[in-house]
Design a protein around this ligand. Structure first.
Ligand code: 5IU
Length: 274
């Protein structure tokens, strides 16, 4: 068996000092303080439902992930309420925008339009497919605000083209950009092969479920243990497995807590491999 990836042997708390980006530091601080590597993806279509889910899961998560363009009645008042909750309940906001255009366009998509993502979202993500200009364009907007970016190195869906040398080149693009704005990857495991001393990337994995193995549209699920212990990701992202659970308010809260415990147990076990 190959030896464990060095990053996976370090406690989240010891990784804080390896980051200069304020959002990266805050994510690791929250993970350590709240003992959680759970992110909940709130993929509902009204502000009322979204805020309800966030209030139910807030105590159990390090991060709330949104898709603001699926919310029918999105307003900046809603975004402000989300920011308020993120401070009260201690989590980071991650708008899963998956930017994919040239630098000039993404900087406008990030700062302007109906959603003004950079004004309320701590973290967002981008496809590397347009080349490094996408990072420069987003960082011009986000870096002065202390925001952070993840690059999409892999996807959880069946038949994804983001594999092999595409994934390797994504890692290289992030390294070349430096870690003051790009803080990690959306990926299915450690894509930061052979990191140098002091190099640290935060890896977040969607496609996580304790019950279902997938959906009819190509989504594929692994358990928190497979993602955190076997694959070495840092944050598990769970959507329907939590907000979609039947049984009302308490059931959603309890399910978030169940995933938090599973994710944390897998993290503690991976640290114990030393
Ligand atoms: N998401 C994925 N897979 C990916 C990427 C993003 O599922 O590779 I990149 C998003 C889509 C959805 C959430 O918002 O993560 C997962 O939701 P479910 O747990 O409901 O499948």
């Amino acid at each position: 068996m190959s030896s464990p990836h060095p990053t996976t042997l370090k406690p989240y708390a010891e990784r804080i000092e390896l980051h200069t980006n304020p959002t990266a530091r805050r994510i690791l601080e929250i993970m350590d303080r709240k003992k959680t590597n759970l992110a909940v993806s709130v993929d509902v279509t009204t502000t009322k439902e979204a805020l309800e889910v966030v209030r139910r899961v807030g105590e159990s998560v390090c991060l709330v992930k949104t898709h603001c363009d699926i919310i029918e009645d999105f307003t900046l008042d809603f975004a402000n309420e989300l920011v308020k909750l993120s401070k009260e309940l201690d989590f980071v906001i991650f708008e899963d925008r998956k930017f994919a255009d040239i630098g000039n366009t993404v900087s406008l998509q990030y700062s302007s339009g109906h959603h003004r993502i950079s004004s309320w979202s701590d973290l967002t993500n981008a496809h590397p497919v347009p080349g490094p200009g996408i990072i420069t364009g987003l960082s011009q907007v986000g870096k002065p605000l202390g925001r952070a970016l993840l690059l999409l190195a892999e996807m959880s869906s069946k038949g994804s083209l983001a594999t092999g040398s595409y994934t390797e080149q994504t890692y290289k693009m992030a390294k070349d950009a430096g870690r003051d704005f790009v803080i990690g990857f959306i990926a299915q495991g450690r894509v930061d092969t052979n990191p140098e001393k002091g190099e640290d990337w935060i890896i977040m994995s969607p496609g996580v479920g304790l019950v279902s193995k997938g959906d009819k549209l190509g989504q594929q699920y692994r358990t928190p243990r497979e993602v955190v212990y076997d694959a070495g990701a840092d944050v598990i992202i769970v959507g329907r497995g939590i907000y979609g659970i039947q049984g009302g308010e308490k059931a959603v809260k309890d399910e978030a807590e169940r995933y938090r415990q599973e994710g944390w147990k897998a993290y503690e076990e991976r640290l114990a491999r030393k």
